[in-house]
Design a protein around this ligand. Structure first.
Ligand SMILES: Nc1ncnc2c1ncn2[C@@H]1O[C@H](COP(=O)(O)OP(=O)(O)OP(=O)(O)O)[C@@H](O)[C@H]1O
Ligand SMILES: [Mg+2]
Length: 455
């Protein structure tokens, strides 16, 4: 089913995945994009259409009208040569057409000024002048800010100079529209961000609560927010209650079982004491001892020892703990070296962590002669190696031995052995602290167990 699904990917799916890699991962950021992207798109389209249609068109019409006026003035000037000092012409131009007209005698056009890089006014006005008047002209749309100057060469050596208001030839206030559009969408986005934040906070709270439950921490959580989020929150609380009920039942049952079995084993031991101490009875005693040891081990594991035994993490002296472990191993006749670098104070659950250490060092002691313990706590992470010079574990078995009840010793014909729970419990402890244990090769030739946890 899964393979079929992967085979059925269309190019579109691939494109979507590729694109997805560049998207932000957070819900908040994604939701924002969902809102912002259409707004930007819409605005760009509107702005483009507006510029293209309205802005250009209006400017062209306005320029065309001004040019037509100028053409008419030139026509009048040339058709009625009796008005040589142009007073009438100037009056008509300024009163009726709002243009300021002058005739400059015996001059030529100035050299063309610098063209503005992109100016719709310059362009359209030039086009219109060429189209409607078709004489040499000179325009200045850059110089004075609110006026546009046009000079047209007349028949004699005269030049007509026209000053028009810029707004007469140009849709000059149009950018206000864009400013309004941009401004209002900023306001809308601000409101959207505020609302979104309130919608996403309950989801984050739920995620935090779920994470805390996984780590066995207690946090105060009440479902809030939109209906679906609240629904998920209630489902989470219900699940939490069910898990807690289950754990309670398990603990009660385990306590009952261990109590009953311990009672019987104790009776057994007592009876053995009263028998004649023959070799058979000695054997029986050893078996009973081993049985009670194993029973304790199973029960400890089943209780989730190291995990949620209700112990609190406190500041603990690593040196003291390790020296305890060291002297224990030395008493069993093992050369044990200890090396601690960095801060010896760590924050762990002391009983669980001691069990982890004893399990690892106990394994090293069982399989090797020399033991080396090195701890490094220079950063926020504690890194601890337990090395021995025993036979080690082949790479393909290094994950396997963490499983409960898995032992290699049976194959190696070592009958004095444990229950195969030591590593499982140790890893449980490390993981409940937010760390882990991995196995590898030791420089001493045997096994190296590496514990890494934030402490
Ligand atoms: N230091 C080591 N060197 C070689 N083999 C090891 C070492 N530590 C563990 N093992 C192998 O991994 C297996 C699992 O170890 P684990 O500690 O889980 O169980 P155990 O030691 O057999 O029993 P328990 O620890 O419960 O008394 C062991 O049976 C042993 O074969
Ligand atoms: Mg062990």
């Amino acid at each position: 089913m899964k393979i079929g699904a992967t085979l059925n990917y269309t190019p579109l799916d691939h494109a979507a995945r590729w694109f997805g890699r560049f998207l932000p991962k957070g819900l908040y950021a994604r939701a924002l994009i969902i809102i912002i992207a259409p707004v930007i798109l819409l605005q760009s389209v509107v702005a483009y259409v507006f510029m293209e249609r309205h802005y250009e068109l209006v400017t062209r019409r306005l320029s065309s009208a001004v040019t037509a006026d100028i053409a008419a003035l030139i026509d009048i000037y040339e058709s009625y040569p009796q008005d040589r000092n142009t007073t009438t012409l100037s009056r008509i131009a300024s009163e009726r057409l709002q243009l300021d007209v002058d005739i400059l005698r015996n001059t030529d056009l100035p050299p063309p000024g610098p063209k503005p890089f992109f100016d719709i006014l310059d362009e359209t006005l030039s086009n219109e002048l060429r189209r409607q008047i078709d004489r040499p002209y000179w325009i200045d749309t850059v110089g004075r800010s609110s006026y546009v100057e046009v000079r047209v060469k007349l028949d004699q050596n005269d030049v007509m100079r026209i000053l028009a208001r810029r707004s007469q030839a140009y849709a000059s206030n149009s950018h206000i529209f864009l400013v309004w559009m941009g401004g209002s969408s900023f306001v809308l986005l601000g409101i959207a961000i505020l609302f979104l934040r309130n919608q996403i906070r309950p989801i984050l709270r739920l995620a935090e609560a779920a994470e805390a439950l996984g780590k066995g921490r207690e946090i105060d959580f009440r479902p809030r927010g939109a209906r679906e989020v609240r629904q998920a929150g209630h489902a989470f609380l219900e699940m939490k209650r069910r898990i807690e009920r289950n754990m309670e039942q398990r603990t009660t049952m385990l306590n009952g079982v261990s109590h009953d079995l311990r009672t019987i084993l104790t009776r057994f031991k007592l009876s053995l004491v009263f028998l004649d101490q023959t070799p058979e009875v000695e054997d029986l005693k050893r078996d009973v001892d081993e049985m009670s040891r194993m029973l304790e081990g199973y029960l400890a594991f089943a209780r989730g020892e190291g995990g949620d035994a209700g112990e609190q993490a406190i500041a603990t002296d690593l040196r003291q703990l390790l020296e305890e472990v060291q002297s224990d191993a030395e008493r069993q006749g093992h050369v044990t070296e200890l090396d601690i670098v960095g801060d010896p104070i760590i924050t762990v659950r002391p009983d669980a962590f001691r069990r982890l250490l004893f399990n690892l060092v106990g394994n090293a002691a069982r399989h090797g002669d020399r033991i080396e313990i090195t701890a490094n706590h220079e950063t926020r992470w504690l890194v601890l190696h337990v090395d021995d010079d025993g036979p080690g574990i082949p790479p393909e078995m290094r994950e396997e031995v963490f499983k409960p009840f898995v032992r290699l010793d049976e194959a190696r014909n070592q009958d004095e052995g444990g229950s195969g729970l030591g590593l499982a419990i140790a890893r449980d402890v490390a993981r409940s602290h937010g760390g882990d244990i991995v196995l590898g090769e030791s420089p001493l030739g045997g096994l190296r167990a590496t514990v890494r946890l934030p402490a």
